[in-house]
Design a protein around this ligand. Sequence first.
Ligand code: UDP
Length: 312
Amino acid sequence: MARVLVAGAAGFIGSHLTDRLLADGHEVVGIDNFITGNPRNLSHLHSNPRFTFVEADVIRPIVVDGTFDRIYCLASPASPIDYLKRPFETLYAGSDGTRNLLDRALADGARFLLTSTSEVYGDPQVHPQPESYWGNVNPNGPRSVYDEAKRYAEAITMAYHRYKGVEVRIARIFNTFGPRMRHDDGRVVPAFSCQALRGEPLTVFGDGSQTRSYCYVSDLVDGLVRLMESDLREPCNLGNPYELTVRELATVIADAAGSGSTVVYKPLPEDDPKIRRPDTTRARTVLGWEPQVPFADGLRVTMDYFRQTLGL
Ligand code: UDP
């Protein structure tokens, strides 16, 4: 049994990771400042004696008793509308937040895992994206508050490894979906699911020819745990190579809802990446990890969750 700190525990992925670590028998301390996380995501854990929650912001030094064996850093706004609404919180979470958690890892002798992002590849010109690709990021465009914060987070994580000897892991997370996403977080799966369930038109940005690849959350969490427990110090893509255009996704979700929703076209946000699909060779060969949940199965569970959330 390990003592594990999960920063961002009340978020979508953080709460699923917390569940998984508790199920594996570990003691977990979760921290979150709730700017995008939701206390309801952890409410089922209140009576679990191996779980403690501390409301805290990672941009300040991490004051939690005891020492940790593992630190997972997931604390950051992560959906485009969230980070565009909270540019400074996003920049500070990636910079000061990552640094504070690395300092805690250094002090405790803990192993540290950074959740980085496919956004470090920007609007990629290489397809699919391997970890060796350095990316095509606009360093001062609207999305840079997230992309560059995460690129800095990778840089400081590797510096703590190279110069201070901290054991580090870096996951580059691609688009992930599942229950506990906020229905209004603006990301495409919750947006289309809720629109389709309400019988509203689905809002396709641009002409909908841009692609994303969608990983179900339990697969992603399994990848994070495997990466943490591996010897891999280089960044590792975690995502499902299952790639769809946004227009195809709209059709699949409208069909799944059976509500006969139509599509309306809206302007494409600035710097919206045109193609995105992970090269998962490294995760497959080094971690023995491969997504297991078919997209249709994950989507069914996710849409059931939104049906409940919306009271439909
Ligand atoms: N998108 C869309 N309609 C929406 C929300 C998003 O067409 O209501 C598009 C968005 O422009 C992007 C893709 O869906 O091309 C995925 O967007 P999301 O915000 O989920 O994540 P991103 O991969 O851009 O971070």
